[in-house]
Design a protein around this ligand. Structure first.
Ligand code: SF4
Length: 319
């Protein structure tokens, strides 16, 4: 496996009052495990605040994990010294949701894309310019656009610059954190197709984080569904869309609009809003919203278990 994540945890202190006293801890990521093989995409889905972006950042150590192991190319990167981490980061990159705020507005696009090469001391100025031109072409931008500033590009083009910057160091793995959510629907498909073309050409692996199930269905090989910091269902894309087993997954799918009126969706509904991650319900965290909840769901936490080969579900009723 290229990436193995085992029992990943991240807690944040919850503070209150004038002096910011710590009153509790938020379990943003609570025991998350999965693997991603070379050239594969894992789609990580869930509602806002479920912890999926925290997973992506903790894997890259943009925030420090509170516990667990992250093995990349066989190295456990949690606790790795800064110089070794810097070396590995060349092969682990991230593309953020909002290309406008993630690009320095005062830098020219060519300098933004070349910056990682400069920081890592790769090649001389002329070689870097040549490499940057090649990366621009790879993401469908014109080399002559290297002299423009971010505001002179469209939203879709700006996201191409972000992708180009992530590609500069020749990564093997990219965390794509809601990479098309801030884009017009008309250009979302172009950026998704670019990511898929790059994967087909270079064998890239992606952790594709999104709240949009339709997008996840298009790009992923496997899908993991998160709820309040935990994975509640994880299996192959074809399996989860054909036969979702967790009530939360079914509810997410029921909410996806279907263009074809002859296709009928399961009428699964959830009640209320996502509870606060500071005060998660006991037992199954999903029980206050679950239409199938039983008395034991309030007290017994369902473990994520393999109910069929390669299909893990955290629900007492899944079989
Ligand atoms: Fe619903 Fe109970 Fe399953 Fe949780 S364990 S998803 S509350 S049926």
């Amino acid at each position: 496996m290229l990436l193995d994540v085992t029992d990943l945890r991240k807690t944040f202190p919850a503070r209150t009052g004038l002096f910011g006293n710590v009153i509790d801890h938020v379990h943003a990521v609570d025991g998350v495990s999965f693997s991603i093989a070379e050239g594969r995409t894992l789609g990580l889905v869930g509602e806002s605040g479920c912890g999926k972006s925290t997973v992506g950042r903790a894997i890259l150590r943009l925030i420090e994990p509170s516990g667990g192991a992250v093995r990349f190319e066989g190295n456990d990167i949690v606790g790795l010294p800064a110089d070794r981490m810097r070396e590995l980061r060349r092969r682990m990159q991230i593309v953020f949701q909002d290309p406008y705020s993630s690009l320095n507005p005062r830098k020219r696009a060519g300098d933004i894309v070349a910056e990682p090469l400069l920081v890592h001391g790769i090649a001389n100025a002329a070689e870097r310019r040549e490499m940057t031109q090649a990366i621009f072409a790879k993401v469908g931008l014109q080399p002559r656009q290297m002299g423009l500033f971010p505001h002179q590009f469209s939203g879709g083009q700006r996201q191409r610059i972000s992708i180009a910057r992530a590609l500069a160091l020749g990564p093997r793995f990219i965390v794509a954190d809601e990479p098309v959510s801030a884009l017009d629907v008309s250009v979302q498909a172009q950026v998704i197709n670019l990511l898929m073309d790059l994967q087909a050409r270079d064998g890239l692996s992606y952790l594709f984080i999104s709240h949009n199930l339709a997008v996840v269905e298009h790009v992923s090989h496997d899908v993991a569904v998160m709820y309040l910091g935990r994975i509640v269902e994880h299996t192959a894309k074809s399996t989860i869309f054909a036969r979702p087993l967790h009530p939360y997954t079914r509810a997410l799918m029921a909410a996806v609009p279907v263009a074809d009126p002859s296709v009928r969706r399961d009428k699964a509904h959830v009640m209320g809003d996502v509870p606060s991650p500071i005060d998660r319900p006991g037992g199954c965290h999903f029980h206050p919203r679950c239409p199938l909840a039983e008395p034991r769901c309030r007290t017994e936490e369902p473990k994520l278990r393999e109910v069929r080969p390669g299909h893990r579900v955290a629900c007492h009723l899944a079989a």
